[in-house]
Unconditional design. Structure first.
Length: 146
């Protein structure tokens, strides 16, 4: 009698535990916001932003239309800071899920559609990245204050 009980109890525990976790929303399904910072060669911020708006923003807009991205905002500083902490352009993107935020291939289906001249597109993107001194992405979360 003890042997069947020893087999049934762990199996029942696994089934109940598995069902409980399966019913919960996975952490991956929660939206995630990422701030993308760009530090550009001095005097080239306008050119960088122009290229970003021409070549990268249309891809993000497609993801926004599809629902993979929930919001897109862009900011530039009004005044400059010290060189070590300077950034020239910031893009704040809220993705539908963490998985989508870190799947860099989600824009691939739209590249040829939006940019049929792939050689020109690649050259412009290469130049845009040549203007970058530093780039960093910061996943952020809201802090509840009350």
């Amino acid at each position: 009698m003890k042997k069947p009980l020893l087999i049934i109890l762990p199996a029942a525990f696994f089934f109940i535990t598995h069902k409980t976790f399966a019913q919960q929303t996975p952490v991956d399904a929660a939206p995630i916001t990422i701030e993308n910072y760009y530090k550009v060669k001095w005097g080239y911020a306008d050119e960088f932003i122009s290229l970003w708006k021409k070549n990268h923003y249309p891809l993000l807009k497609k993801l926004l239309e599809k629902g993979d991205i929930l919001s897109i905002r862009a900011e530039t500083p009004i005044i400059h800071s010290s060189e070590d902490s300077r950034w020239d352009f910031k893009v704040i993107i809220t993705f539908k899920t963490e998985h989508l935020a870190f799947d860099y291939s989600i824009v691939d289906p739209y590249k040829k559609q939006l940019f049929p001249d792939q050689d020109a597109y690649q050259k412009q993107e290469q130049h845009r990245f040549e203007l970058v001194i530093a780039h960093w992405d910061v996943p952020v979360e809201n802090v509840v204050l009350n």
